[in-house]
Write a protein that binds this ligand. Structure first.
Ligand SMILES: Cc1ncc(COP(=O)(O)O)c(C=O)c1O
Length: 381
């Protein structure tokens, strides 16, 4: 006989790892002030783009001498713009422990054909961070969204490095402390931790990254949407709101709303606390149930945003079919949407725990996960 369904349901079943849940106070009507049907180069548009840049600086504590740009094609656009514009000046170390990091390896090794040392680890593990040579440029992902494994902090990054660090921080920014003095290029997309709309990415450049851009010209051609310099000088306008091409002013308004919401929960500190509380609820659940475990093997590398889980019950016959069936049950009950593991990741579940998710919803969802697990064990038998 199937176990009984829990009495409480999450108010919001959205636990997708991107696009992520919108801030709890979101309503479409709150975007009514968007500069729609106007040129993004008109004063109103430019002012909103500048607000988005400076709001990002304020909440993330980005130093005044770092440049922040809104760029096309989301985080992918921002990362690829950095790889194509900056790499090739020296050897590169590529660090990858899940799908997105592996994608940047493909870009650098197969497309750009750069001399690279590739360091990889399996899902659940992380590369040996003590082995990195910072005379090289180093490309890495702060939080591997598809493995739920993050770097524990930035202590492993040399202060006196000669190379640049290029960090894909898309599922980390607004949920984890990013040490700006250790990061020369940082990228993220709006669709992640703040629950913004897709389309645009942010690129953050340290003074050393700007110096590289102004002193080095890659051997390959650069499409217009990757070009950050003109005549050997940084195009300053990109970093004050004069975007390379046309942005969505609706997405900009939505991001401004999300930044305001972030302020209302205590800024970065509040956002981190919310993600930590959500992730802790899931970690505690794993500790209390011997049939499920965190994919991250070392607790110090457990993500507080994209928490990845694996089923460990020996009765499970086919791991991938089982995990999909559990996710399907939860979706059918409107308890948890989009929580299947990423397509390239090991079978399991992935629960988004970023700050736009309410802890009460995570806590209400977890007993349902136990229910779906039991139901599926019975169905399988
Ligand atoms: C670590 C990481 N990098 C890159 C991406 C790609 O982001 P986007 O689709 O915003 O370009 C994602 C999306 O999930 C991600 O998690």
């Amino acid at each position: 006989m199937a176990t009984q369904q829990p009495a409480t349901r999450p108010a919001n079943p959205r636990f997708s790892s991107g696009p992520c849940a919108k801030p709890p106070t979101f309503e479409l009507s709150k975007l009514a002030d968007a500069a729609l049907g106007r040129s993004h180069r008109a004063a109103v548009g430019k002012a909103k783009l500048k607000d988005a840049i400076e709001g990002t600086r304020e909440i993330l504590g980005i130093p005044a001498d770092y440049k922040i740009g809104i760029v096309p094609a989301s985080d992918t656009g921002a990362v690829e713009m950095a790889l194509w514009s900056l790499l090739g000046e020296r050897k590169v170390e590529m660090l990858a422990w899940e799908s997105f990091g592996s994608g940047w390896v493909t870009d650098v090794v197969k497309q750009l054909k750069i001399d690279a040392e590739v360091k990889t680890a399996d899902y659940g593990q992380i590369v040996d961070l003590a082995s990195i040579n910072f005379a090289n440029d180093v490309v890495f992902t702060w939080n591997g969204t598809t493995a739920g494994v993050r770097v524990p902090n930035g202590d492993w990054i040399a202060d006196d490095r000669d190379g640049l660090t290029i960090c894909d921080a898309t599922s980390a920014a607004f949920a984890m402390d990013l040490p700006w003095d250790k990061l020369d290029v940082t990228t993220f997309s709006w669709q992640k931790v703040l629950g913004g709309e897709a389309a645009h990415g942010i690129i953050v450049l340290s003074p050393r990254a700007v110096a590289r851009l102004e002193s080095y010209t890659p051997a390959w051609p650069l499409p217009k949407i990757f070009r950050m310099t003109k005549g050997g000088k940084l195009i300053e306008g990109i970093f004050t709101g004069a975007t390379i091409n046309t942005p969505s002013m609706l997405a900009v308004e939505d991001y401004l709303f999300a930044l305001d919401w972030a302020r209302s929960v205590g800024g970065l500190e509040g956002l981190i606390a919310r993600a930590d509380a959500n992730a802790k609820a899931v970690f505690d659940f794993c500790d209390a149930n011997d049939w499920i475990a965190n994919l991250a093997e070392d607790d110090a590398t457990r993500s507080n945003t994209s928490v990845c889980l694996k089923f460990t019950d020996p009765r499970i016959q086919d791991g991938a079919t089982f995990a999909k069936a559990v996710a399907k049950r939860l979706e059918a009950e409107n308890i948890a949407l989009d929580i299947g593991a990423y397509r390239d990741a090991p079978a399991g579940l992935r629960i988004w725990c970023g700050g736009t998710v309410e802890t009460a919803d995570v806590e209400a969802m977890l007993p349902w996960l136990a229910w779906a697990f039991e139901a599926e064990i019975e169905a399988q038998a």
